[in-house]
Design a protein around this ligand. Structure first.
Ligand code: PLP
Length: 376
């Protein structure tokens, strides 16, 4: 890669193995969703994330929505949502007809602050939808204690968290349900895609029906010796992952340990370069968690103009961006709340290139560019 080509913020790691897996699906003739490749991936992914069951979905947004549906969320309900996230999280609650109530975040790791959650509970609250921000799991022991105390369910938005752990337990196994994303910006990807995982067979079986228009997928009717004619009892959707995508995901799952190691080594180099630099703080990895480094986000000091800094870095061909969204500030949600920590970090975060293909030379270039762009 030439010195003048931009260093991109995120990039998938895909190649000949994925192409070969896709070719095999072409030969098999089953390109639609909920087929053999999906099944194989679901079994393997459930093992990876430490749950009994997994369902592949078209994306994480549909997995979140299906999860809320099978948990019985309905109009009038309130769901407490970690504020700092891509708004797919809050959108899923609105799509289910309920109201998202956003919880302010921990200033160090940006996941929902347990004290903030507890203060938001009302008689209408039905559950907690907690986000693993940039993939690092939130405080799930504390979330569980609050949920149990108030009779709420707990749902993990693990969109960015494949391969992360919390007290040695894998992300995905930390709540009643968890949703993952396989979008191109996440740690493992088929371009688009998602999964809903749980130990609870009833929830996943119900979601499986809803994700295929409200009936059992065709594969489960094959070879039964009879001519089962499905009946439609419930409004379902087509939220299936295709077998073409599942074949890609099967290869991505094999790559997961290497991809995590590559991201971790980039994070380590950034950390060493930036931890003593005035004007920016490096992201925190808590000692009881393994961060999957879906993103590497610096916090810019209040006296520095984050936007101007970002533009100076971009001018040098190094991509960078804000962190993620303070949901409560998005007009769609009615701007009804004041959450100072999330609002502050939304204005001060700076995401810099993080993916598994970064070369040492590119990491050097990012470090040099960011350091030089900081006001002296
Ligand atoms: C990316 C992301 C989503 C949405 O994932 P899609 O697969 O694009 O639907 C949801 N939540 C979080 C925290 C994300 O980062």
């Amino acid at each position: 890669m030439s010195e003048h080509e931009p260093v991109v913020l995120g990039q998938p790691t895909v190649g000949d193995e994925e192409l070969a897996a896709v070719a095999e699906v072409f030969r098999s003739g089953w390109l639609a969703g909920a087929g053999p490749a999906c099944r194989r991936f679901e079994e393997r992914f459930a093992k990876t994330v430490g749950t009994a069951h997994a369902l592949t979905t078209s994306n994480c947004g549909s997995a979140l929505f299906l999860g809320l549906r099978v948990l019985g969320v309905k109009p009038g309900d309130e769901v407490i949502v970690g504020d700092y996230t891509f708004p797919a999280t809050g959108h899923a609650v609105l799509q289910a007809g309920a109201t998202p109530v956003f919880a302010d975040i921990r200033p160090d790791v940006w996941s929902a602050d347990p004290a903030s959650i507890e203060a938001l509970i009302t008689p209408r609250t039905v559950g907690i939808l907690a986000v693993d921000v940039a993939g690092q799991p939130g405080d799930f022991d504390e979330y569980r204690a609050i949920a149990d105390k108030h009779g709420l369910w707990l749902f993990e938005d693990a969109a960015c968290a494949a391969g992360a752990t919390y007290k040695t337990r894998p992300a995905g196994s930390l709540a009643d349900l968890a949703a993952f994303s396989f979008h191109g910006r996440k740690g493992i990807t088929a371009g688009e895609g998602g999964a809903l995982v749980s130990d609870r067979e009833d929830l996943i079986a119900h979601a499986r029906k809803l994700h295929t228009y409200g009936i059992e997928p065709a594969i489960t009717r094959e070879g039964s010796g009879a001519l089962p004619i499905p009946e439609f009892h419930e409004l379902g959707y087509n939220f299936r992952l295709s077998d073409v995508q599942a074949a890609i995901m099967n290869v991505q799952l094999d790559r997961l340990p290497d991809l995590l190691a590559a991201r971790r080594s980039v994070a380590k180099r950034y950390h060493e370069a930036f931890e003593n630099l005035p004007g920016i703080d490096v992201p925190v990895e808590l000692p009881d968690r393994e961060h999957p480094w879906q993103a590497y986000i610096l916090t810019v000091a209040p006296e520095i103009d984050r936007d101007a800094l970002a533009l100076r870095i971009r001018e040098q061909g190094v991509q960078c961006n804000f962190g993620t969204y303070a949901s409560h500030l998005q007009p769609i949600y009615g701007k009804k709340q004041t959450l100072p920590v999330s609002a502050d970090l939304f204005a001060r975060h700076l995401a810099i290139p993080m993916h598994a293909n970064l070369t040492d030379a590119q990491v050097d270039r990012v470090i040099g560019t960011v350091s030089a762009a900081l006001p002296s």
